[in-house]
Write a protein that binds this ligand. Structure first.
Ligand code: S3P
Length: 412
């Protein structure tokens, strides 16, 4: 499996903020992460690739970049970089592609302004940030966004004042874990996260584990295609990212975890999924943060399960690379599956899947990958209207799926 996307962004950014050299192995070399690599370099640190997935970052004081920072399709790049940059005396303009330019940035702009950063622009990109001279904050992180929490913590490295983030539900904690790995004091009780007095980073070795949000597509394929079995090694099993594995298990899928171990503060391990009968299930809003990016592929699994699946609390899905709640209901319905959005819930009736449709993705990588996996279990092929954007998160998707027997071809 490719390296984890969330951890890859953070490794580059923390490496750029640290004193000395950071050596990264297993970095995900997808378009989103390469946007972060280019951005960190533009702020002054040295960022070099010396082999496949192997990168070296030499930290330096961040300065104003010569040109706008292009975050491409990546919300994580935009929000984390704004936070990291806000702690420095600099001016930077952040831009993104059409999809990213529609996504909400007020949620990150507001706390950074409360800390003393200044912005020009509105609630979406492009935005110009004037950083430096920050004070502390007690931020209430609603909705529970790991990107916003990370932005506040990274900005907080540029002040000695108290910095606290409180969340209604715990969001992924890779920033906190990696900050500790780089020598920063971070305390948390799972809901309230606080920076300690020690806020200087020292360069480190970082090994990026396999991405559970990419592996989810292979696990789902194994769970719904008769006769399948898939093994994935060294995958990130952080509990705040493992909701999809628990969801598969709750639906009755044959999932086994092996060799579960700690690595640089994270939990990693091997996962094996085997085809077997699966059943519809209900999921509550509290379960969503730990599988927020896996809802499209969970809906695909639900389409092949026996009975109804109801996934509640999906409002945030409307603000991802596309309105994923709407597009999943639409795409599954086009493929003959009874699926609908009911307020902020997604309801899917499982059964044999017909397929045989062309699905609209609006350029969203996960909508495309989810429907291609649906095609593996459907009676007739499933077509997606765009596939090149899969490279934003999983450049080797086609080869990986072919490697386990999936037939994916370009139609035009
Ligand atoms: C991410 C956080 C999540 C997730 C995104 C990656 C991160 O977004 O959907 O793909 O790396 O922090 P939110 O912070 O908006 O929930």
């Amino acid at each position: 499996m490719p390296g984890d996307k969330s951890v890859s962004h953070r490794a580059l950014i923390l490496g750029g903020l640290a004193e000395g050299e950071t050596v990264i192995s297993g970095l995900l070399e997808s378009e989103d992460v390469l946007a972060t690599a280019a951005a960190v370099r533009a702020f002054g640190p040295r960022v070099e690739r010396f082999g496949p997935g192997r990168w070296r970052v030499i930290g330096a004081p961040w300065r104003s970049p010569d040109a706008p920072i292009d975050c491409g399709n990546s919300g994580t790049a935009a929000r984390l970089l704004m936070g990291a940059a806000a702690g420095h005396e600099l001016t930077a303009t952040f831009t993104g592609d059409e999809s990213l330019s529609r996504r909400p940035m007020r949620r990150v702009r507001r706390p950074l302004e409360a800390m003393g950063a200044r912005f020009e622009g509105g609630d979406t990109l492009p935005l110009t940030l004037h950083g430096g001279g920050l004070g502390g904050i007690e931020h209430l992180n609603v909705p529970a966004s790991a990107q916003v929490k990370s932005a506040v913590l990274l900005a907080g490295l540029g002040t000695d004042a108290p910095v606290t983030v409180t969340e209604p539900l715990p969001s992924r904690d890779h920033t906190e874990i990696m900050l500790r790995h780089f020598g920063v004091e971070v305390e948390t009780d799972g809901r309230v996260t606080r920076l300690g007095a020690q806020r200087k980073l020292g360069g480190r070795l970082v090994g990026v584990p396999g991405d559970p949000s990419a592996a989810a597509f292979a696990w789902a394929a194994a769970a719904i295609v008769p006769g399948s079995e898939v093994h994935t090694e060294g995958v990130l099993l952080n509990p705040l990212r493992s909701g999809f594995i628990m969801a598969l298990q709750r639906m009755g899928a044959d999932v086994r975890l092996d060799n579960v171990r700690g690595s640089q503060g994270e939990t990693i391990g091997d996962v094996r999924v085997r085809f077997g009968p699966i059943f519809g299930a209900e999921f509550t809003p509290e379960e969503i943060p730990s599988m927020v990016d896996e809802i499209p592929i969970l809906a695909v699994v639900a389409a092949s399960a026996r009975g109804e699946t109801r996934i509640e609390g999906l409002d945030e899905l409307r603000h991802k690379e596309s309105d994923r709640l709407m597009l999943m209901a639409e795409g599954l319905s086009a493929c003959g599956v009874e699926a609908r959005a009911d307020g902020d819930a997604l309801v899917v009736q499982g059964g044999p899947v017909r397929g045989g449709a062309a699905v609209r993705t609006e350029g969203d990588h996960r909508i495309a990958m989810a429907h291609l996996v649906l095609g593996l279990a459907a009676a007739e092929p499933v077509e997606v209207d765009q596939a090149e954007m899969i490279a934003t998160s999983f450049p080797g998707f086609r080869e990986a799926m072919r490697g386990i027997g999936g037939h994916i071809e370009e139609v035009r």
